[in-house]
Design a protein around this ligand. Structure first.
Ligand code: GLU
Length: 425
């Protein structure tokens, strides 16, 4: 297998929701849960497709398609981000919504799972066009979303500004200000301190725990980070603060490499100005498609799903994969990675820091009383380390890898709630 040709990019048509269902099924067979109940837990409760006419800057109208999926509301309101991307599909949004259900259960926050998406290319749209699209999408979903029903947040290509528009549109339709309808808002609009960094910070907390478990020292470890957006850049920064040498990073345009470690603080400043990592003076250019195969201790895929598949998993040299993105490793890649002793920290655990601080934001909005950044970070650390250790315990007890254990923990938690609530009929 060693001479298997490396794929420059992996373009296998894949149903991401089918991938989640495989992950679900592998864990479900280990649990003693009624098959009918499992069916209920597996599929989304509600998938909405909305058509969105938007007036473009040149005066023409363009039609967009948006989705919002509520996978589960068993443990509380549906919760999850909204992504803007040309390749968004209903299948992908259903998968992402399902992962949110399991993520919320693992960290023990009282939410179900949801996700949204709009098929669009934000890089080709003006701020005004994006605002009109976001407001139209929010108006179309007035019946579905709400602080007690379904609470969106940022995801790929959406940010604080997008959340401010959603909050304002929802509030205008409600005739009063409703801050807790979305999380990931600007701090002055009821956002939480520490939310912007939370996903990347959480990723690094799980890496810290994994290093402890594997008897590896941060200061003797190297890392590569795929993606330099909100998750990748913060994960790289916090890895560096932990003492790890971050030798490789990339964004969609290109990669960077420095064997002595890239100065991530300086790179973040550079990217603010230049909107890409390419050209940064403190490192050499590097083929971004090779980043997954670099010889580092820790690999953080923090871009999109379906990056590591059965086609290329053989080439992974990292000892730890920390899934900053949702779904970067496909189910058929998992057994290959296990065989090669790669310790995978699964997305539903690894990147749960974002939704955890989203929960803190929702709590603060509803209390109308805001916490200091230290309080947020301390609580995030407690939630993430507890979640990691709960999953690790189940993994060790069942001789299971972490993804299987994470799904077992999550499915059991949601099933227990259904059993106690009972099925209404
Ligand atoms: N989009 C993030 C995720 O995939 C955050 C979701 C949230 O905060 O609700 O976990």
């Amino acid at each position: 297998m060693a001479n298997r040709k490396r794929l420059k990019s992996v373009t296998i048509p894949v149903s991401t929701f089918e991938n989640v269902m495989k992950q679900f099924d592998q864990a479900a067979v280990k649990l003693n849960i009624d098959p009918g109940l499992l069916e209920f837990l597996k599929y989304p409760r509600k998938s909405t497709i909305v058509k969105l006419p938007v007036r473009m800057d040149d005066g023409t109208f363009k039609m967009f398609t948006g989705f919002r999926v509520q996978h589960s509301i068993v443990r509380g309101p549906a919760k999850g981000g909204i992504r803007y991307h040309p390749d968004v599909t209903l299948d992908e949004v259903q998968a992402l919504a399902s992962w949110m259900t399991w993520k919320s259960a693992i960290v023990g926050i009282p939410f179900g799972g949801g996700k949204g998406g709009i098929i669009c290319d934000p890089s080709q749209m003006s701020l005004g066009e994006l605002e009109r699209l976001t407001r139209r999408y929010t108006a179309a979903l007035m019946d579905s979303i709400g602080p007690e029903k379904d609470v969106p947040a940022p995801d790929v290509n959406t940010n604080e500004t997008t959340m401010a528009w959603i909050m304002d549109t929802f509030s205008m339709h409600s005739n009063h200000t409703v801050t807790s309808v979305v999380t990931g808002k600007p701090v002055v609009l009821g956002g939480s301190l520490g939310r912007r960094e939370a996903t990347g910070a959480g990723v690094v907390l799980t890496v810290r725990e994994a290093l402890k478990h594997l008897n590896m020292k941060p200061e003797k470890s190297t890392a590569a980070v795929q993606g330099f957006g909100n998750v990748g850049s913060v994960a790289a920064l916090f890895l560096q603060r932990l003492g790890v040498k971050v030798t490789h990073v990339c964004d969609v345009f290109g990669g960077l490499y420095n064997p002595d470690g890239i100065d991530i603080d300086a790179l973040i400043e550079y990217v603010k100005e230049n909107k890409k990592v390419g050209g940064f003076p403190g490192a050499k250019a590097f083929d971004k498609d090779e980043i997954l195969y670099t010889k580092v201790d820790i690999l953080v895929p923090a871009a999109l799903e379906n990056q590591i598949t059965a086609e290329n998993a053989f080439h992974i040299k990292a000892k730890i994969i920390a899934e900053g993105a949702n779904g970067p490793v496909t189910p058929d890649a998992d057994p290959i990675l296990q065989e090669n002793n790669v310790f995978v920290i699964p997305d539903i655990l690894c990147n749960a820091g974002g939704v955890t601080v989203s929960y803190f934001e929702w709590v603060q909005d509803r209390m109308g009383f805001f916490w200091t950044e230290e309080e947020v970070n301390l609580r995030l650390e407690q939630f993430m380390t507890n979640a990691f250790n709960d999953v690790l315990k189940v993994a060790l007890e069942n001789k299971a890898h972490l993804r299987l254990a994470a799904f077992m923990v999550a499915i059991q938690k949601v099933a227990d709630v259904v059993q106690l609530r009972g099925i209404y009929a």
